[in-house]
Design a protein around this ligand. Structure first.
Ligand code: HDD
Length: 714
């Protein structure tokens, strides 16, 4: 508790006043548990605490008569129910979240005075919310879209929100364009279609008229927009921020999250099917991973640009449509984040969490990126209508672990009961408390970076923001051939859904042709349009021609196949020993092995034992697994060869380039299916075959198979 001071001492002494400690921080990890009651052994009561005798029948005038208005129990229940919904987020409505912690790798005090980045012993609780952008709350998880990657760090010095995406750039350069962009991408106003996607006229109308979107749109047409898992995405703070050390030295930084699981995606056909077969694929995957102890991990890194180097690049650091290629400024890792606890209640935690890029702590500051500057206003503002007023910081998931004493009072849904008379400052009644803390090297009050501004008030875009194509080109040229083909197909699919031909033409001729003529020609061919002969603007030559860090083929992660789902397809007559051998072999790599049968009923092994299955091949279709194996057992192979369900499962897995293995007798099954062995389609269940399978699964898919897989029906 604060010690009483004389009224004229305006500042608290930093030490000893409400200093948060580790116990306080750890308490945050438990705090939601404290406010939750699972009500075991408790009587059913009204909100006013009255015990309820009958929760089945309304009070009536006679058992067949009208209901009585005086039934306060029924009215309270129905009234509460009538108001259960709150507005969903305007964007990023569909999401899921998890708790975890952040731990610094060392003392980064040369960069920042932010305490959570200085002490490797310090465990800082975090809550992360992942989201899609376009779709409403009930939309599919696997649609083509940008993914939100918002992290709330509950630091001892206050909450720090890093509200980023899984792509390092954005569609627009100035926040004033955000409502236009969102109105264009959201379902169209006259018919509320499409749900969860950008393949429609208004989106392409807007982006084809706004060339600054070109870079972000090519990311959105790449495999990054169809992630295999939320655990397999990079995250980016997007804007340039500042880190400030105790001496007041500022460096520009870009924040990066690097997943230990690597960066992996699904194929487009797969993504579309998944949206139907399991709308909740990503939230389920995250929840199951955490439940089974496969805690997802990311390293937090920064690209650091000293203040003096601000203008040394071909692009403007303040332009959010630009990356700093990692080949120019490598990412320095600062620490790691581990997600290790699922929310107990989706609404209380995931739905009510309120992020804001303006939530920063001493040692971190904003840059003048005009998109970031606008965001600083928007997020708090939107919470006023979503969460019903300015007290949303008192909702458990939003409460800082740092104390937050001030003279703000009242307003709707106030939880805190403030004692005392003085809710103003200066005051002498309460000894002048709570008091300001002067800025200082460490533990000081927040101080904005003393940037010198000497300018005219203007509504202008800096000339240094005018190149919209060189980095989109760098991105396309840095992709593998496979990734480039996926991008061409994505543009072709999306523009194919655009009804107005002039919009298709404008995107091809005025945007794609400026990125890359071959890309434009390939998309034009798929749309039946003439290939453009030249771009419409002179694109500056970017010194760097390739950035390998942009291709996810170069981002396999560090944990191999840990947590990957491998299906063993079983049927009556399967060789139990083969099932055991394979299970052990894959589990040794920390993969998750699932036995899938023709139905959910157990199958009988060749030696007559009952073998329980995890699911049927229908219940867990091939799009939900990463690889498969058919264990030994002639009768089981024959049964699979005669099952349309099993054949479809195998062909679809093959089409989606998944690693597959079959015991030696699987040759006949392959012939039935018309499939040939390849690098990732293996025969035999010996150690060598298993190791080859694991090696291919580490590369995620059998990329060499793509041409052969074209012939397989979708
Ligand atoms: Fe935003 C939500 C990310 C630009 C206005 N945004 C929101 C979320 C993420 C982002 C991850 C979901 C947070 C959550 O899980 O609750 N937004 C971004 C990124 C941007 C960006 C990476 C550009 C670099 N956003 C942006 C601009 C504006 C907004 C320019 C307004 C001027 N964003 C919002 C919002 C949302 C939001 C309307 C909707 C719900 C919410 O904030 O809490 O205020």
């Amino acid at each position: 508790m604060p010690t009483k001071k004389t009224p004229d001492s305006r500042h608290s002494e930093a030490a000893g006043v409400d200093t948060p400690d580790k116990a306080n921080t750890n308490a945050k990890l438990q705090s939601l548990g404290d406010v939750r009651s699972d009500a075991t052994g408790q009587a059913l009561r009204t909100n006013q605490g009255v015990k309820i005798a009958d929760n089945q029948n309304t009070l009536k005038a006679g058992s067949r008569g009208p209901s009585l208005l005086e039934d306060f129990i029924m009215r309270e229940k129905i009234t509460h129910f009538d108001h259960e919904r709150i507005p969903e987020r305007i964007v990023h409505a569909r999401g899921t979240g998890a708790h975890g912690y952040f731990q610094s790798y060392g003392n980064h005090s040369e960069l920042t005075k932010a305490g959570f980045l200085q002490d490797p012993e310090k465990i800082t609780p975090v809550f992360v919310r992942f989201s899609t952008v376009q779709g409403p709350r009930g939309s599919g998880d696997t649609v083509r879209d940008v993914r939100g990657f918002a992290v709330k760090f509950y630091t001892d010095e206050g909450n720090f929100d890093l509200v980023g995406n899984n792509m390092p750039v954005f569609f627009i350069q100035d926040a004033i364009k955000f409502p236009d962009f969102v109105h264009a991408v959201k379902p169209e106003p006259h018919n509320e279609m499409p749900t969860g996607g950008s393949a429609h006229d208004t989106f392409w109308d807007f982006v084809s008229l706004v060339p600054e979107s070109a870079h972000m749109v090519i990311w959105a047409m790449s495999d990054r927009a169809v992630p295999r898992s939320l655990r397999m995405m990079e995250g980016f703070g997007v804007h340039t921020f500042r880190l400030i050390n105790a001496e007041g030295v500022s460096s520009f930084v870009k924040f990066h999250w690097k997943p230990s699981n690597g960066v992996h995606s699904v194929l487009w056909d797969e993504a579309q099917k998944m949206a139907g077969k399991d709308t909740d694929f990503h939230r389920r995957d995250l929840r199951e991973a955490i439940e089974s102890g496969d805690y997802p991990e990311w390293e937090l890194g920064v690209q650091v640009v000293p203040e003096a180097d601000e203008h040394k690049f071909d692009f403007d650091l303040l332009d959010p449509t630009k990356i700093i290629p990692e080949e120019l400024v490598p990412v320095t890792t600062l620490g790691k984040m581990v997600l290790n606890r699922n929310p107990d209640n989706f609404f209380a935690e995931v739905e009510q969490v309120a992020f804001c890029p303006g939530h920063i702590v001493p040692g971190i500051d904003f840059s003048n990126d005009p998109l970031l500057q606008g965001r600083l206003f928007s997020y708090t503002d939107t919470q006023l209508s979503r969460l019903g007023g300015p007290n949303f910081h008192e909702i458990p998931i939003n409460r800082p672990v740092a104390p937050n004493h001030n003279n703000q009072r009242d307003a709707i849904h106030r939880q805190t009961i403030h004692k005392g008379q003085a809710a103003y400052e200066p005051n002498s009644i309460d000894g002048g408390w709570p008091k300001e803390t002067p800025p200082g090297a460490q533990d000081g009050g927040f101080e904005s970076y003393h940037e010198r501004i000497d300018a005219h008030k203007v509504r202008e875009r800096s000339e240094s923001f005018s190149d919209h194509f060189s980095q989109a080109r760098l991105f396309f040229h840095s992709m593998s051939k496979t990734e480039q083909q996926h991008i061409i197909k994505a543009y072709s699919f999306e523009l194919g859904k655009v009804e107005r031909e002039y919009i298709r033409e404008r995107q091809v001729n005025e945007i794609l042709a400026n990125i890359d003529l071959e890309l434009a020609a390939a998309v034009a061919a798929n749309l039946g349009l003439p290939a453009p002969k030249a771009g419409t603007v002179k694109v500056p030559e970017f010194k760097l021609k390739h950035s390998p860090a942009l291709s996810q083929m170069n981002l396999p992660g560090t944990v191999g196949i840990k947590g990957r789902k491998i299906a063993l397809l079983v049927a009556d007559g399967v060789d139990g020993a083969s099932v055991d051998r394979l299970t052990k072999a894959f589990e040794a790599h920390s993969a998750r092995v699932l036995l899938l049968g023709p139905s959910s009923a157990p199958v009988k092994t060749a030696d007559g034992k009952q073998l329980k299955v995890d699911a049927s091949m229908e219940g867990m279709p091939s799009v939900m697994i990463d690889g498969l194996w058919v264990p030994a057992g002639k009768a089981a192979h024959d049964a699979l060869a005669n099952s349309g369900l099993a054949k479809h499962f195998l062909l679809e897995a093959y089409k989606h380039l998944k690693p597959m293995g079959l015991a030696a007798e699987g040759k006949a099954l392959l012939t039935t299916l018309g499939l040939k062995e390849d690098k990732g389609l293996l025969l035999g269940d010996d150690k060598k075959a298993v190791e080859s399978f694991v090696a291919v699964l580490k590369e995620h898919r059998v990329w060499d198979r793509e041409a052969a897989a074209e012939a397989i029906p979708a």
